[in-house]
Design a binder for this molecule. Structure first.
Ligand SMILES: [Ca+2]
Ligand SMILES: [Ca+2]
Ligand SMILES: [Ca+2]
Length: 370
């Protein structure tokens, strides 16, 4: 009996204890919940954590010439929101302690990758420099700074020399052929890259090429060929050869050349019936010059342009008729009206008729205004 009572008492006590325990857990639970909510809110609004800054480039001990660029690559992160990153610099000597700000730029989001190039002024003193990278979050919490030491070596302002032997100026090439390129690049330091560029001088729809190549040496020789696309238009072009030295100085030379489209080697045929353009054409001031005739091309006509030039030393362009689109037609009847200058004197009229691959028939004559 005694045992039973004792057991019962124990049972009752356990029950009360259980209840107490339950009440405690419930209250503790509420408390814990509020605490977690508080922490949760803090995570969303108060922002407890500082952001982080990792630097992939530049690396400690790297050397750069003044006048060149330092590639910078950073990975930034924050628990809530980044706000800006900072790059500062100071010369690494015991007497200089102040930092100069190089970059402060805004950011957004929890992570950001920064890839940029820092310009090193040519006038910067050579020596060892300390770069400091850090970022800040939207509550002005600042990340630990990462320090990178770099060496600056005095760059130079002496341009490389670029001499080309091929193509020769005004060489003519057929499209679908090849253009040889030969050049010698030299410098007081080192050549680090060259680039080849082709530009049309007559229109924007010509053949455009842009090619660059890292190279190391002094001197260096370019000996290559460029494949000319078959569809390139006829006309005047230039080849630009750029040579760049280790201090980022670039010298560019331009070699003019011409292209003849190989699918249509014939310019349009043009027949002017009036006026008689084999001789000086005389007109009265204030009148109109009327040009009559016809033009044909087997592969289609592209455009007609008429320009009026002064006969002064610079051959100043005085008037340009709006370009007449010939829309690829095989024939066109010329009935052009050109206003005659008010001032008496001698002028030059130039008519340019092109076909669809830009072959041009250019007719020009002297206009005498009475
Ligand atoms: Ca933060
Ligand atoms: Ca140089
Ligand atoms: Ca043609």
């Amino acid at each position: 009996m005694g045992y039973l009572f004792a057991h019962h008492l124990l049972y009752e006590t356990k029950g009360i204890l259980k209840k107490v325990n339950h009440i405690i857990s419930f209250e503790f639970g509420i408390f814990l919940l509020s605490f977690l909510m508080l922490v949760g809110c803090a995570r969303n609004t108060i922002d407890q954590e500082v952001p982080t800054t990792a630097v992939q480039s530049p690396e400690n001990g790297q050397s750069f010439f003044t006048g060149s660029k330092i590639p910078v690559s950073l990975s930034l992160a924050d628990d809530v929101n980044l706000d800006r990153y900072n790059i500062r610099v100071r010369k690494n000597d015991p007497f200089t302690t102040s930092w100069d700000t190089l970059v402060i730029l805004r950011l957004e989001g929890q992570t950001a990758d920064v890839d940029m190039a820092l310009d090193v002024p040519l006038w910067a003193k050579s020596g060892n420099y300390e770069l400091k990278f850090y970022c800040e979050d939207q509550f002005d919490k600042i990340s630990d700074s990462t320090f990178v030491y770099v060496n600056l070596i005095k760059g130079d302002t002496i341009l490389p020399s670029v001499l080309s032997t091929a193509p020769e100026p005004y060489d003519a090439f057929y499209t679908d052929g090849q253009m040889p390129v030969k050049a010698e690049l030299s410098d007081n330091e080192t050549i680090v890259s060259y680039a080849l560029e082709v530009k049309s001088l007559t229109n924007d729809e010509g053949w455009d090429l842009n090619f660059s190549q890292a190279i190391w040496g002094n001197p260096v020789f370019i000996d290559t060929v460029i494949n000319i696309p078959e569809a390139a238009l006829s006309g005047a072009y230039e080849l630009l050869i750029h040579g760049t030295d280790i201090s980022n100085n670039t010298t560019t030379i331009a070699v003019p050349f011409s292209l003849q489209n190989s699918t249509d080697p014939s310019p349009p045929q043009v027949n002017i019936t009036s006026p008689y353009v084999e001789d000086t054409v005389t007109v009265f001031s204030g009148s109109n010059l009327i040009i009559l005739g016809n033009a044909q091309d087997e592969n289609g006509l592209l455009a007609l342009k008429i320009n009026l030039y002064d006969t002064d030393e610079d051959e100043t362009l005085l008037y340009q008729q709006p370009v007449v689109s010939l829309q690829g037609n095989n024939a066109y009847t010329l009935q052009e009206i050109v206003p005659v200058p008010a001032e008496s004197g001698y002028y030059i009229v130039e008519m340019i008729i092109t076909d669809t691959v830009n072959n041009a028939n250019i007719i020009s004559f002297v206009l005498k205004v009475l």
